[in-house]
Design a protein around this ligand. Structure first.
Ligand SMILES: *[C@@H]1O[C@H](CO)[C@@H](O)[C@H](O)[C@H]1NC(C)=O
Ligand SMILES: *[C@@H]1O[C@H](CO)[C@@H](O)[C@H](O)[C@H]1NC(C)=O
Ligand SMILES: *[C@@H]1O[C@H](CO)[C@@H](O)[C@H](O)[C@H]1NC(C)=O
Ligand SMILES: *[C@@H]1O[C@H](CO)[C@@H](O)[C@H](O)[C@H]1NC(C)=O
Ligand SMILES: *[C@@H]1O[C@H](CO)[C@@H](O)[C@H](O)[C@H]1NC(C)=O
Ligand SMILES: *[C@@H]1O[C@H](CO)[C@@H](O)[C@H](O)[C@H]1NC(C)=O
Ligand SMILES: *[C@@H]1O[C@H](CO)[C@@H](O)[C@H](O)[C@H]1NC(C)=O
Length: 549
């Protein structure tokens, strides 16, 4: 249904970008250049994990974003728990001592919270938007920050009211309309020191900040509306389910459609309710990568600023039909170079498409690396279960036709989804299929490992009902929570778990780039995990194994 470009077109376009990158004039010194760093959280007690130099820590970056803000700070979060609650019996932190909490790194969360509070006290205009609190009280912190202050505003946006299911799942910080964090880290102390996270920190990047702000503005607008007055149920032909959508959605016939209260959108053609989003809107942006030393000689002979990169912001949230994010207008006002026009076949990049395109960007005999917490070939939260093979399909395609090696890391932790294993084994079966014909000459391969952060099986409150549980770490910790894909030329840093719902009913923001420094550094981050003793291979389907479990 959705148009897809032949990979050869994409490759041709990429080649042009690569050539263009060598002959672009330096950016003038008066406009500070946009800089990007990869950002990680590494859980404590992982001594055998190789550290990749030049990658920043999430706790530092979030503290800096708040610390550097002078005018404006916008935060989109799923939930808040920057301050640990070892004294709350309903918390997964319950029963750990002060010294345990210090050892776990809980002070980092407090530091980030304090930095936001300080910004609030500096009269910075702060907007906090999140999904509703998850039990016990995960929106208490934004409410506390708002309390008694006119410069801080906080809203809760419930996606289920608009799309039947789903949540705000984006993790985005925007400071002073120019510095941005996009990644997997929640506003949770555990995301700074007990959960493995991956994101990107962008400094002096007003163009990127503006796109994300528009997205945020739309979410704010949505939160101010009465969903029941603005939603209808429709049949979604593509996924064969009935779902709730806003009444301005293209799922409705034009005469039944209401006028969208959101800012006017760019007009995009729609098919069966979904916009035709065949190719990303990308914008050219010279990107500095100070976290990375340049080793390649041609880069050294080139002006530093000549190193081009193309950024794709994932701007297709949730309901593509409502084109919520398509209201990123003003595109025509931006000036595009000829290279951008070549790349500007469509206007937006859907997150699913970004994953698929990143996988398909791999060259012949190349390697794709995918890291994810969850992997399911179906939906998990929708009322009707949706079968979803988009990602595994793309993986199998490059294994067959490009002889690519695809390495996938999936988290195995306390809240592991049990039927993940059968979906992974079914993907591994591609290896059997690929070599099943003597004409295939198959040398591509899928390899999958479970990532087990040590201690994952001893998490939860230390004390329950007055008795010691024997747990060694707080609840919902010790997991690889980063979500990204990286090929030979392109990286996609996402916020979506690889499950249907995150792509079709959930708000998220991801970041994609062709920057070679980011690509190679992200490969190193992946390899450090992949080569560590914490990653164990997932076995192929065994003879007689049942799929019924
Ligand atoms: C970059 O190179 C310098 C000098 O060789 C070294 O000290 C530094 O650690 C390197 N940084 C990274 C991120 O590799
Ligand atoms: C501002 O950000 C920079 C890095 O981007 C950091 O070195 C600095 O400490 C931050 N300042 C504050 C006050 O957080
Ligand atoms: C805080 O900022 C607002 C608008 O930015 C301004 O109107 C107000 O006077 C400021 N308050 C203080 C105490 O500086
Ligand atoms: C929201 O809209 C519904 C349906 O139009 C209406 O019944 C309800 O009173 C509205 N709620 C508020 C708070 O305005
Ligand atoms: C997965 O299976 C285990 C063992 O059978 C069970 O304890 C656990 O609750 C299941 N988890 C989910 C999410 O279904
Ligand atoms: C947790 O996992 C480790 C390593 O796999 C194992 O040695 C240990 O017995 C497990 N502990 C529990 C409580 O299951
Ligand atoms: C605590 O004990 C009560 C009463 O024995 C029981 O109903 C409850 O389920 C227990 N809670 C937990 C978390 O074990």
């Amino acid at each position: 249904m959705k148009l897809r470009l032949p990979p050869s077109t994409l490759l041709a376009a990429l080649t042009l970008v690569a050539i263009a990158s060598l002959c672009v004039p330096a950016v003038s010194a008066s406009s500070p250049r946009c800089k990007a760093w990869l950002v990680q959280s590494i859980p404590t007690d992982m001594p055998l994990l190789r550290r990749v130099p030049g990658v920043l820590s999430t706790a530092d970056v979030l503290r800096w974003l708040a610390g550097n803000s002078t005018k404006k700070l916008d935060i989109i979060a799923q939930y808040w728990q920057l301050n640990a609650s070892p004294d709350d019996p309903s918390s997964g932190d319950y029963g750990y001592s002060q010294s345990d909490m210090l050892r776990f790194g809980a002070d980092l969360g407090r530091g980030v919270y304090k930095a936001i509070e300080d910004a609030a006290d500096r009269n910075v205009t702060i907007r906090l938007l999140q999904h509703s609190g998850v039990y016990p009280d995960y929106d208490k912190e934004p409410n506390d920050l708002t309390s008694g202050r006119t410069n801080v505003k906080s809203v809760t946006l419930l996606f289920a009211k608009w799309w039947g299911s789903g949540i705000v799942h984006a993790k985005v910080w925007i400071s002073d309309n120019q510095d941005v964090y996009i990644g997997s880290a929640n506003n949770d102390w555990k995301s700074l020191s007990q959960v493995k996270e991956l994101g990107i920190y962008l400094v002096n990047c007003p163009k990127i900040a503006k796109k994300v702000e528009t997205y945020n503005d739309n979410l704010w607008k949505l939160s101010s509306l009465n969903a029941s007055a603005y939603t209808k149920n429709v049949l979604d032909q593509e996924w064969q389910l009935t779902r709730k959508v806003p009444c301005w959605s293209h799922f409705l016939e034009s005469k039944e459609r209401c006028k969208s209260p959101l800012p006017r959108s760019v007009d995009v053609p729609h098919v069966a309710g979904y916009p035709v989003l065949s190719h990303p809107h990308m914008f050219r942006l010279p990107l500095g990568t100070p976290g990375r030393n340049h080793s390649s000689s041609y880069l050294l002979t080139c002006d530093f600023a000549a190193q081009m990169s193309t950024c794709l912001i994932r701007i297709w949230l949730i309901d593509q039909s409502s084109c919520l994010l398509c209201s990123i207008q003003h595109l025509s006002k931006l000036t595009f170079s000829v290279w951008n026009i070549l790349l500007l076949f469509g206007k937006y990049q859907a997150d699913e498409q970004a994953w698929v395109d990143t996988i398909k960007s791999v060259g012949s005999g190349g390697t794709v690396r995918i890291s994810t917490m969850d992997w399911l070939g179906q939906s998990q939260y929708a009322e009707q279960t949706v079968y979803w093979s988009s990602i595994s399909f793309a993986v199998s395609e490059v294994v067959f036709s490009k002889h690519a090696k695809v390495k996938i890391l999936v988290a195995h932790w306390a809240h592991f989804i049990n039927n993940t294993d059968v979906y992974l084994k079914s993907l591994l079966y591609s290896n059997v299929l690929c070599s099943s014909s003597k004409y295939n000459d198959c040398s591509g391969k899928v390899e999958i490992k479970y990532y087990m952060v040590p201690g994952f099986n001893v998490t939860g409150a230390a004390i329950s009902n007055g008795t010691s549980t024997g747990n060694k770490y707080p609840g919902y910790t010790r997991v690889n929570h980063g979500k990204y894909a990286v090929g030979d030329v392109r990286a996609h840093i996402g916020t979506s778990n690889l499950i249907w719902d995150y792509f079709y009913t959930t708000a998220g923001v991801g970041f994609g780039t062709y920057d070679q420094d980011i690509v190679s550094q992200l490969q190193e981050v992946f390899d450090a995990d992949w080569d560590s003793p914490y990653a164990v291979p997932v076995g192929e389907l065994e003879e007689g194994q049942s799929f019924s479990s």
